[in-house]
Design a protein around this ligand. Structure first.
Ligand SMILES: Cc1ncc(COP(=O)(O)O)c(C=O)c1O
Length: 387
């Protein structure tokens, strides 16, 4: 493992050892069910209370507005289906945009089958939605707008503040999938007029299978899971106690590291981007600078097959991704790259590198070297074949 360079932090991150330590008691001596009333449940119960405060504080929400989930996918499904179904007396029209994660797009497909009307906004060639277009598309029967805070493939940061304000002024609920944004940019649900927000622990060095949904107090939302009365009767199922303890600790650490670490990573991102753009026929996908996640690099290489490139990079010791991990293995070109106007060929030849805490300048230099030589080799082979 030591010689590997891991640059796929958008897919998942390594559990922080301090988050792991926070989990251990709840996997060993403090194993009580937090819903029980005997003594061994006291610690799990008080931990849930404390962690809810930590998660709420991280996004300037109130503790009672935070619900623990099994991750980002559940949080997105619950927010979108739950708010749409509970508020359908207002209307059955929902607005989103084309580069959302499948956890949002598929939830919307499911609502479309129930008779909801879905409008997907276009994005520009950097992946940005137009707040003006959003304003024009909101109708009297629009009940929900769901637009991600940060894109998982090309790192585009959407103008969340403006979108939130428009939704508030128009009286439409606003949900944001902030799975890639938490820990990377600051989020304030009050200032940004966000009514619901999804997060997932394994994207910020917490454990997999744990997340949270914030829902503004007073907003009607149907349950997604039926069963016991956990989470104030809103989300049934015994809580993933250890996972939640790990998530809260990971979140605290991410906030402590804050801007300084994100600036360091952004500098590495820029160095990596500059290096990769020196390779002939390379094109940067997504915005440069301020409107991009600090850790995201996505480059297309003309004439290169993304999956083939990934396998060669893996052999050379560099772990990266083409498009999103959830669709890797599928032959379809990325819907995100198609939405920003790339043709199929260029979309298939894309490489996503997402940096993280353990990456260094030496890793970046090594990654550039490996990618450069792999692409030269693959192009030479291809030219040989075509001759
Ligand atoms: C933007 C975005 N939303 C949602 C998800 C799903 O989160 P989870 O893996 O916790 O279900 C991901 C995971 O890749 C993501 O990147």
């Amino acid at each position: 493992m030591t010689n590997l360079v891991y640059m796929d932090h958008a897919a998942t991150t390594k559990l922080d050892s301090r988050a792991f330590e926070a989990m251990v008691p709840f996997l060993t001596e403090d194993y009580g069910n937090p819903s029980s009333i005997y003594s061994i449940s006291r610690n799990p119960k008080s931990m849930l209370r404390k962690t809810r405060d930590i998660v709420a504080k991280a996004i300037n929400a109130k503790s009672h507005e935070v619900y623990f989930t099994s991750g980002g996918t559940e949080a997105n499904n619950w927010a979108i289906k739950g708010i749409a179904r509970a508020n359908q007396s207002k209307g059955r029209h929902i607005i989103s945009q084309k580069t959302e994660h499948h956890a949002v797009l598929s939830a919307l497909d499911s609502l479309a089958r129930e008779g909801y009307e879905i409008t997907l906004l276009n994005v520009d060639n950097e992946g940005l939605v137009s707040p003006m277009e959003l304003m024009q598309k909101i109708r009297p029967d629009t009940v929900l707008v769901t637009i991600m805070a940060a894109n998982n493939e090309i790192g585009t940061l959407q103008p969340i503040r403006e979108i939130g304000r428009i939704c508030m002024e128009k009286g439409v609920y606003f949900h944001t999938d902030a799975v890639q944004a938490v820990g990377a940019i600051s989020l304030d649900v009050e200032e940004m007029c966000i009514d619901a927000l999804s997060m997932s622990a394994h994207k910020f060095y917490g454990p997999k299978g744990t997340g949270a949904l914030y829902v503004r107090g007073g907003i009607l939302i149907d349950n997604l899971l039926d069963g016991g009365s956990q989470e104030k009767g809103r989300r049934a199922g015994t809580e993933n106690v250890a996972g939640i303890a790990g998530m809260a600790r990971a979140l605290e650490i991410a906030l402590e590291l804050g801007d300084e670490e994100n600036l360091r990573i952004a500098r590495l991102r820029d160095k990596l981007t500059d290096g990769l753009l020196q390779i002939p026929f390379a094109k940067l996908n997504g915005p440069s600078g301020a409107m991009r996640l600090p850790n995201n690099v996505n480059v297309s290489f003309d004439g290169i097959e993304g999956e083939e490139l990934l396998v060669s990079l893996d052999i050379a010791g560099l772990l990266a991704s083409s498009g999103s991990a959830c669709t890797s293995g599928a032959l379809d070109p990325s819907h995100v790259l198609m939405a920003i106007g790339n043709d199929k060929e260029l979309s298939r030849g894309s490489l996503r590198l997402t940096l993280g805490r353990e990456n260094t300048e030496a890793d970046v230099e090594k990654a550039i070297k490996i990618i450069d030589s792999t692409i030269s080799r693959q192009r030479a082979l291809r030219n040989g074949r075509n001759r």
